[in-house]
Write a protein that binds this ligand. Structure first.
Ligand SMILES: Cc1cc2nc3c(=O)[nH]c(=O)nc-3n(C[C@H](O)[C@H](O)[C@H](O)COP(=O)(O)O)c2cc1C
Length: 75
């Protein structure tokens, strides 16, 4: 949260854009860009279609990694 707030305050372009990495069939990695909609004590929120590849993958294996790129932030 602090890093995201710092990126917003620093004027990073599209600081809410993030890469969501999931496990696909046979454990193959899969990743795509999404928009972070909210962040609270429950976690990181995004919207998508549950029938999409990522939706199916998260149903099968409900773990994921999020990666942000904030140029100039060094984080
Ligand atoms: C800047 C940007 C933002 C995006 N935001 C979303 C998003 O919030 N939700 C979403 O489902 N797809 C979003 N997409 C599309 C995804 O990157 C992806 O192509 C799509 O969801 C299908 O992914 P999947 O086939 O791996 O499930 C975005 C793409 C770009 C380039």
């Amino acid at each position: 949260m602090a890093w995201l707030t710092a990126a917003i305050d620093a004027g990073v372009r599209e600081p809410h854009a993030m890469t969501l990495s999931t496990s696909g069939e046979n454990g193959r990695p899969d990743a795509r860009v999404l928009i972070l909609k909210d962040l609270d004590s429950q976690g990181w929120w995004f919207t998508t279609n549950s029938a999409s590849a990522k939706g199916r993958q998260l149903t099968q294996s409900p773990v994921a990694a999020l990666t942000f790129y904030w140029p100039g932030m060094g984080q």
